[in-house]
Design a protein around this ligand. Structure first.
Ligand code: PLP
Length: 368
């Protein structure tokens, strides 16, 4: 591959395919696979990812918001798209683009049914989410009689799936809690299914759920981070390949003597002669200020160059005193080595935040 000449996020679709095949190898035959492509496909290029996955063995897509689903439809995605957190204000757009809403409360369910009646929709697919312990979004078990009262008289909607979300699927110390969630989901769905006209798909597992709770795969699983190459554990990371590599270049090199400062607020002071490289990436690109002052690092010709001083909006400065390199050289922030998980850990955060925080200013380049 050619060396980077500016800041780019390189996206490896072969790695994506590998990751999906690995995750699917954990499933029983017939279990469906939902690809979570919310938040710009975790910072990657959602249209490119989804168009690629249209032709792979993926059954469903999910996004957080209606606008994200519309972007996928406009890119030619025809498979079903679940909108995890629709707002009533976006229902018309959602229906117009054949997106499928997650309805998570009696209020939003009755509003959607009223609209479906008004538009004379026929068996429009909806999804019901139950809260089993995350306490974020979802019906409670006690809502079942009222849900059935709303659903029984209408032909305008049909329940395509019933689902829930694990609170700590990556944390094996919370196994007992996760098992409680799974048990509650089983109780809820068996109660509900007795009285529903349709036979909805049941699903509960995110990536770590797929890996840690095979007994909870039900009819479908939902993977985000795993597709992008992260398994939330050292063991699983070995089987997955990060699909994105964030690269930049050295814009300029400064040789500074002892007792000078670098960057805003003079946050770095040299206590010896120091060589500094300036890189064209900053907090406006998603490398937040928390990575400054020696926490984060860039990798140049295989060696670690710590970020010195404060992260600027469009630039960072790194210490290259002992690294042979020159202006124009390629720099790796993260990718296959070091990974986004390693980089994120330097500032006490997680791969999810780092990846989804990469701004749209960074050019995405698809490796074919
Ligand atoms: C984001 C999300 C997922 C994907 O989780 P990963 O840990 O990235 O696999 C699955 N389900 C729901 C409801 C989500 O919001």
């Amino acid at each position: 591959m050619p060396k980077a000449q500016e800041t780019i996020l390189e996206i490896d679709l072969k790695a994506l395919q590998h990751n999906i095949n690995y995750l699917k190898s954990k499933l029983k035959p017939g279990t469906k696979f939902l690809a979570v492509v919310k938040a710009f496909a975790y910072g990657n290029k959602p249209e490119a990812i989804a168009s690629f996955l249209e032709h792979l063995n993926v059954d469903y897509f999910a996004v957080a918001y209606t606008s994200e689903g519309i972007a996928l439809r406009q890119a030619g995605v025809t498979k079903p798209i679940l909108v995890l957190h629709p707002q009533t204000v976006s229902f018309s757009d959602l229906i117009e683009h054949k997106l499928e809403p997650n309805l998570y409360s009696l209020k939003i369910l009755s509003e959607f049914i009223a609209l479906a009646e008004n538009r004379q929709l026929n068996k429009y697919p909806i999804h019901l989410k139950f809260n089993t312990g995350l306490n974020r979004l979802g019906f409670s078990k006690n809502d079942i009689p009222n849900i059935l009262t709303l659903l029984s008289p209408t032909q305008n909607v049909t329940v395509a799936s019933v689902f829930s979300h694990l609170a700590a699927s990556e944390d094996l110390n919370e196994r007992e809690f996760s098992e409680q969630q799974i048990g509650l989901f089983k109780t809820i769905t068996s109660d509900l299914l007795k009285s529903l006209k349709s036979t909805p798909l049941l699903h509960m597992c995110n990536t770590s759920g797929i890996l840690n709770y095979p007994e909870a795969h039900f009819d479908m699983v939902r993977s985000g981070i795993g597709m992008y190459g992260y398994g939330n554990s050292e063991k699983e990371n070995k089987s997955l390949i990060p699909i994105g590599t964030l690269k930049t270049v050295i814009s300029q090199i400064h040789h500074i003597p002892k007792n000078e400062s670098v960057g805003y607020n003079r946050a770095f002071k040299s206590n010896t002669a120091t060589t500094i490289a300036t890189l064209p990436i900053g907090h406006a690109d998603g490398i937040g200020r928390q990575y400054g002052n020696g926490k984060g690092f860039a990798t140049i010709n295989g060696q670690r160059a710590p970020i010195v001083g404060n992260v600027c909006m469009d630039m960072i400065m790194v210490d290259i005193t002992n690294i042979p390199c020159q202006e124009g050289d390629e720099v790796i922030l993260f990718g296959k080595n070091p990974t986004a998980e390693t980089f994120a850990a330097t500032a006490n955060t997680i791969s999810y935040e780092l990846l989804t925080g990469l701004s749209q200013r960074i050019k995405r380049v698809i490796l074919k």
